[in-house]
Design a protein around this ligand. Structure first.
Ligand code: ZN
Length: 202
C-alpha cells in the first residue's frame, strides 16, 4: 500500500512552498484529517494498522482516541479490531475520560491518533486511562511525523518524542520533512514565495 500516495490523492499531503501557522516554511503540508474525509479510505488505512497490531500478537481490549484529532482514526481502528472504542477529551486543559466511559482494572488499551507528532496528546490520554486502572499496551496512528519510532521503521527516535520507549507504536508511514525559519528557507532562496496552505482553494 502506498500510504503517501493515498495522502496525496486526498489532498492530505500537499507539496509546494508553505507558510505554516508557526510562521516557519516547509516544502510539505500535512492535513491529516483530509485523508479521513472518505470513510472507505479511513477503513482501508485503519485495517492496515489493525493488521500490524494483530501480527504483533498484542492483546487489546479497547481503543482510546484523544479528541479531537484521533476520533475518526480511533473509531476506524476499533472497528477493524472489533474492539470497544472510547475517547478522551480535554476539560479545562486536562485530558479526561467522560461520557460514562468506564475502564476496568487491568483493561488493555491502545491509544490511537490520526497522526503522532511528538505524542503529547497521546501521552495525556494514556495518563487518563492509567489513572482509572487501565493498562496502555500500545500506541497507534495512521501516520508518524518521524519524531517517534514506529514498529518496523528504520528511523530513529528523536529527543522530543514523548511516547515511552518500552511500549509499541504502530503506524503506517513516516512523514518526515524539514521545517525552516523564513530566513533559512532554501525554497525562498530559490526565489519562490511561501503560501498559506489552503489559499489556492483546496
Ligand atoms: Zn520559504
Amino acid at each position: 500500500m502506498d500510504v503517501k500516495q493515498i495522502y496525496m490523492d486526498a489532498n492530505a499531503l500537499l507539496e509546494g512552498h508553505f507558510k505554516l501557522s508557526s510562521g516557519n516554511h516547509s516544502q510539505f503540508y500535512l492535513q491529516s484529517a483530509k485523508v479521513l474525509e472518505q470513510p472507505k479510505t479511513a477503513k482501508v488505512l485503519a485495517e492496515a494498522v489493525a493488521e500490524q497490531i494483530k501480527e504483533s500478537g498484542l492483546q487489546v481490549d479497547t481503543v482510546c482516541a484523544p479528541a479531537l484529532g484521533g476520533l475518526i482514526a480511533g473509531f476506524a481502528l476499533a472497528t477493524a479490531l472489533d474492539k470497544r472504542s472510547i475517547f478522551a477529551e480535554r476539560v479545562d486543559g486536562t485530558m479526561t475520560i467522560r461520557r460514562g466511559f468506564e475502564i476496568s482494572k487491568g483493561e488493555r488499551v491502545i491509544i490511537c491518533e490520526d497522526i503522532i507528532t511528538t505524542g503529547g496528546s497521546a501521552m495525556e490520554a494514556a495518563k487518563a486511562i492509567e489513572a482509572l486502572g487501565g493498562i496502555v499496551v500500545g500506541f497507534a496512528a495512521l501516520a508518524n511525523r518521524g519524531f517517534c519510532q514506529r514498529q518496523g521503521s528504520p528511523l530513529t527516535r528523536q529527543e522530543n518524542c514523548k511516547l515511552p520507549q518500552d511500549v509499541p507504536f504502530f503506524a503506517l508511514e513516516d512523514f518526515t520533512f524539514s521545517i525552516y525559519t523564513p530566513d533559512a528557507c532554501p525554497l525562498c532562496t530559490d526565489g519562490s514565495e511561501a503560501i498559506k496552505p489552503g489559499s489556492r482553494g483546496n
